[in-house]
Write a protein that binds this ligand. Structure first.
Ligand SMILES: [Zn+2]
Ligand SMILES: [Zn+2]
Length: 97
């Protein structure tokens, strides 16, 4: 008996190198591995590159930053978008009447 590396179900391997209980689990595991590798290369590509915050504050971003904004600007960006949404909502309301 062997334990599936994906779903941890116990199964009887048909071949000695079988590590997943089913095709489904093998495909799931493969997908996860590809996603993981993609995540790693995406992060590593940023090493050595100067990434500056898109908010224009001049802050340098960490390689793990996905948004393009530093923490401060990200908060600000969210606030602006919320405000814009509110303004838009206000105008939609006006037009409806
Ligand atoms: Zn499985
Ligand atoms: Zn910033």
């Amino acid at each position: 008996m062997r334990q599936c590396e994906q779903c941890t179900v116990k199964f009887e391997p048909k071949v000695s190198y079988q590590i997943y209980c089913s095709v489904n689990c093998r495909e799931e595991a493969t997908k996860e591995k590809i996603a993981q590798r993609y995540e790693i290369t995406r992060t590593q590509k940023r090493i050595g590159k100067r990434r500056i915050c898109l908010g224009g504050c001049g802050a340098q971003l960490s390689i793990y930053n996905d948004s393009g904004f530093c923490y401060n600007c990200n908060v600000y960006e969210k606030r602006v978008q919320k405000m814009l949404k509110q303004i838009k909502g206000f105008f939609d309301y006006e037009q409806d009447n």
